[in-house]
Design a protein around this ligand. Structure first.
Ligand code: COI
Length: 355
């Protein structure tokens, strides 16, 4: 099914569906779920590939209590955004990168995954079906959440016999409650996000609940989020709960190398390329926590987070503050990246995909 032959499966498009914009306060978008009209669903046949999916009204899904995802966390997710340009056209940012990362994750988690073409086509269909929920230019974006879950039922530990691919969508604004203001991170040295040989390098659903305890403790002390250290030496930077981390010293930008415990973020990869293009030296390597404390600037990157400046880091009782705001490198990179994503800066890299 092509995007232009798109048809809802449950109900015909209502007049509401033809409206340019949904009835929402676009000036007040955060990162809460705003249910939209349609979600995309595609199932694999028993131990086979995915074939054809369809759009359904957004709503609850039915699963066996014995589904692989519920019992053994056999599940992956992705995140990507659609932006509305001034001329009304819609832009996706590097959707094939998310598709490829889901395929890598599926290989690690012994799952069947959609092809890159199926993934990208499904994303386009979901955006078009929910077009009235794509915020006006400059007000935010439509966040797409692709899920791949082991939906087949079983009791013993084994790969599920059936997989379901779902995409739902929600309009979003800024991720952190601080908005675009600098965030304050706590360096967590008791709990870890990932271990060597584990699943930290793929977007497994099992990577996220384990961060909640550390995150909750840090939030209760007034911090925005936590930065994890490696589990072996507790001396090197890994990543923040929901995003990658970068430090700047002089003209050099460094970020932890992806060696199995770091999520290979699409925004991470794009910022590395943009920073090099802007004349910075970029290093992917082991970063001792002491270097973080001596950095000129620190920032986080992620699809949800975009580029978030870090105002302060607290590690073992010591708090240091960093340069942020006008003239900072993180702001330069934020403006360049979002300019490309929104279609207001020339996309020399060919990253955006018009729907
Ligand atoms: C994203 O940035 O898209 C993510 O998946 C992070 C999530 C915790 C919101």
């Amino acid at each position: 099914q092509t995007a232009s032959s798109l048809r809802p499966v449950c109900e015909p498009l209502t007049s509401r569906g033809d409206e340019e914009y949904a009835d929402l306060n676009w000036d007040d978008l955060g990162y809460g779920l705003v249910p939209t009209d349609y979600m995309y669903i595609m199932k694999s046949s028993e131990n086979e590939k995915f074939s054809v999916g369809e759009l359904n009204r957004f709503g609850n899904i039915e699963l066996s209590p014995a589904a692989g995802v519920l019992n053994y966390a056999q599940g992956l997710f992705e995140g990507l955004k659609a932006y509305r340009k001034e001329d009304g056209r819609l832009l996706l940012f590097r959707p094939e990168q998310n598709a490829m990362r889901m395929r890598m994750g599926a290989e690690r988690m012994c799952m069947i995954s959609p092809s890159v073409e199926q993934f990208v086509d499904a994303v386009k269909q979901t955006v078009l079906a929910n077009k009235r929920w794509v915020p006006p230019p400059g007000k935010g974006s439509l966040y797409l959440r692709p899920l791949l879950i082991g939906s087949g039922a079983m009791l013993g530990l084994a790969p599920a016999s059936e997989y379901t691919f779902i995409i739902y969508a929600s309009p979003v604004g800024t991720y952190f409650k601080e908005g675009l203001a600098p965030i304050n991170l706590f360096v967590e040295d008791e709990f870890h996000r990932a271990t060597d040989g584990g699943a930290g390098g793929v977007k497994s659903i099992s990577n996220y609940a384990p961060v909640l305890k550390a995150q909750g403790q840090a939030k209760s002390k007034g911090f925005t989020d936590v930065l994890f250290l490696d589990s072996k030496t507790k001396k090197h930077l890994e990543e923040v709960s929901s995003c990658n981390i970068f430090i700047l010293k002089g003209k050099t930008i460094s970020t932890p190398a992806t060696g199995g415990t770091i999520l290979p973020g699409v925004t991470r990869k794009s910022i590395i390329d943009l920073a090099r293009d802007c004349g910075y030296q970029v290093e992917e390597r082991l970063i001792p926590v002491e270097e973080l404390m001596e950095a000129d600037e620190v920032f986080c990157t992620g699809t949800a987070v975009v580029v978030a400046p870090v105002g302060s880091i607290t590690y073992q009782g010591k708090r240091v503050e960093f340069r942020t705001g006008v003239g900072s490198v993180s702001q330069e990179l934020y403006s360049t990246l979002t300019g490309i994503q929104m279609g207001v800066i020339e996309d020399k890299m060919g990253w955006t995909v018009e729907i």
